[in-house]
Ligand binder design. Structure first.
Ligand code: UFG
Length: 326
């Protein structure tokens, strides 16, 4: 197995690459460092500082397993600049997949953003209907991969639909560092640590038990472990194409997350409330039976573990990773 982790210097990608390296797999990273960080990788992991839209067929011929985590991830940005999202997440991906060797194995990082969440928990077979351009590009990428796997017989692939990835390594050395940060848990932790002045809940009048949105938070270490199991599954089986949800299988509201953090800190936080954020949906909770059955995977970290590790990361790296390369 010669594995190329594309977007492997990003938040989730770096956990996957370090996880593979620690288990003795032969893994290299390709990343343009537009949002990834060299410091998020061990120095022993070879990093190719190239955009995934610009690699040559010859370079790609050196690998037979590809974990694809590159691309743009912000819902709000995708609504402001749809073309950028189609270009980065779909056109570049199609071009990349065209160049990889016949019979490659692909693990693709998809998102819960592909669903139209009418019910919960959400099953892989549930109705798709992205509410953002970001979600639409992830759904299109899944279709592209499905076609290459089932009609063209070029690749075998698994699309992993992440729910809300969060948390950091237990020692606080590796964690979430986006610029700008838009995600709930890092923003809450930074506020609790006094690194930012305000924290605002986007709407408390949703049709949920306490009026705030419910999300399924999955520890990034659990996500990384699922990628390795997905690779092993495709190595051992002759499966051609699967789509698998990755979440904890349990929902917590924004207010419940705040309350859990207050319990850890043993103090109350002064939280503000504003209007709803465009593009949000009230519930996003995964049915994770398929991941359990097919990959023999189940999450091992709790929301409290996620929050404690994230606090530790933001405490030790108040300004994030040193960006000596980007
Ligand atoms: N939230 C706040 N205040 C903040 C930030 C977030 O109240 O300052 C709320 C949001 O309104 C939402 C919840 O916290 O209800 C979670 O928001 P995040 O931005 O952390 O995550 P999302 O659920 O919006 O997005 C995640 C991924 C996306 C993906 C989406 C759907 O980050 O990439 O799930 O799968 F598209």
């Amino acid at each position: 197995m010669k594995i190329l982790c594309v977007g492997g210097a990003g938040y989730i990608g770096s956990f996957v690459a370090r996880g593979l390296h620690s288990k003795g797999y032969q893994v290299e990273v390709l990343d343009n460092l537009s949002s990834g960080h060299r410091a998020a990788l061990f120095t022993e992991i070879k990093l190719h500082h190239i955009d995934y839209g610009e690699v040559s067929e010859e370079f790609l011929s050196g690998f037979n397993y590809f974990i694809l985590l590159a691309g743009k991830i912000r819902v709000d940005e995708s609504m402001d600049n749809p073309w950028l999202y189609w270009h980065e997440n779909v056109f570049k991906l199609a071009n990349f997949l065209d160049k990889i060797p016949q019979d490659s194995v692909v693990i693709y990082s998809s998102s819960a953003a592909v669903y139209k969440p009418k019910n919960h928990p959400l099953k892989e077979s549930d109705y798709l209907g992205p509410s953002s351009v970001y979600g639409a590009t992830k759904a299109a990428a899944e279709s592209l991969i499905e076609h290459l796997a089932l009609d063209k017989n070029k690749i075998r692939a698994i699309c992993l639909r992440y729910f809300n990835a969060a948390g950091a390594s237990a020692d606080g050395k590796f964690g979430e560092d986006h610029s700008p940060e838009t995600h709930l848990i890092p923003l809450l932790c930074k506020f609790a640590l006094g690194q930012t002045e305000r924290f605002v809940i986007f709407g408390d009048d949703w049709e949920t038990a306490d009026g705030t949105c419910v999300r399924d938070f999955i520890h990034v270490e659990d996500l990384a472990a699922a990628h390795i199991l997905a690779l092993e599954f495709l190595k051992k089986s002759d499966a051609r194409f699967e789509v698998i949800n990755l979440g904890a299988g349990t929902g917590f509201s924004v207010k419940q997350v705040i309350s859990e953090l207050e319990t850890i800190l043993q103090r109350k936080l002064k939280i503000e409330v504003s209007a709803k954020r465009p593009g949000d949906v009230p519930f996003l909770v995964a049915d994770i039976q398929k991941a359990k059955d097919l990959l023999n995977w189940s999450p091992s970290f709790t929301l409290s573990d996620i929050l404690k590790s994230a606090l530790q990361f933001h405490k030790s790296k108040p300004t994030g990773y040193p960006d000596f390369d980007s």
